[in-house]
Write a protein that binds this ligand. Structure first.
Ligand code: DX5
Ligand code: ZN
Length: 233
């Protein structure tokens, strides 16, 4: 796997919300690959963030894929709204949907790539019977709801288990499924996380906390450092 196969997805949860358009274009200009878009409803998770209107507003600011992470319950009603708002990838938590297979089908039908998100205590078995409908498997390495938390070390073993399941599936079908990690990813641990099997990395506070707010190149060095660490893997 080369460094370019790795996806860096800064989470705009830690961006300056008063300058969101600029924040999105600056981070992509600095070398990030996807925009990770955290949607929280103060019901499934204890925090409230942004919805389809904000997704639509930032859509013209970049060509990069928008990776919508739904932390909402219920899931199905909001899927078409995000698809219309320009989301490329949409992931949701299986506990937040009454019918996981149906929600994945809805996502596919709306033209988006689809994924399941696994909380730290959620078993990976949720993916077993829906592999053909998954483009992304996202493992949470913190409990969802807030940026700036510490990486839960047990996630490394879980990543290796997920990697093994995905490798078997890819060998059988030739179809790729991304293995994304979300929470507490930093320059100091991204290489270890990649070695455990992740190939897409969400980083919120590590990226958007870098540099001076007024400098449009403030993200160059942190994204360069994350990429350099990935280059060692
Ligand atoms: C947490 C969110 C994450 C969060 C990551 O519920 O899903 O995407 O923004 O933030 P950091 O990288 O600061 O842990
Ligand atoms: Zn997220």
């Amino acid at each position: 796997m080369t460094s370019r196969d790795f996806v860096i997805a800064p989470s705009i949860l830690s961006a300056n919300f008063a300058k969101l358009g600029e924040e999105v274009s600056n981070v992509i200009a600095s070398g990030a690959d996807w925009i990770h878009f955290d949607v929280m409803d103060n019901h499934y998770v204890p925090n409230l963030t942004i919805g389809p209107l904000v997704c639509e507003a930032i859509r013209p600011c970049t060509q990069a894929p928008i990776d919508v992470h739904l932390m909402v319950k219920p899931v199905d009603r909001i899927i078409p709204d995000f698809a219309k708002a320009g989301a490329n990838i949409i992931t949701f938590h299986p506990e937040a949907s009454e019918h996981v297979d149906r929600s994945l089908g809805l996502l596919r039908d709306s033209g988006c790539q689809a994924g399941l998100v696994f909380n730290p205590a959620t078993p990976l078995s949720y993916m077993d019977y829906v592999m053909d409908k998954l483009d992304v498997v996202l493992l949470m390495s913190v409990n969802p709801g807030f940026g700036g938390q510490s990486f839960i070390p047990n996630t490394l073993g879980k990543l290796a288990e997920a990697r093994a399941k995905i490798d078997v599936y890819e060998q059988q079908t030739g179809r790729r499924i991304r293995l994304e990690i979300d929470g507490g990813v930093k320059v100091g641990n991204i290489a270890e996380i990649a070695r455990a099997g992740a190939d897409a990395f969400v980083a919120g506070s590590a990226v958007y906390g870098a540099g001076k707010d007024s400098d449009p190149h403030r993200y160059d060095s942190v994204i360069g450092a994350l990429r350099a660490e990935l280059g060692k893997v």
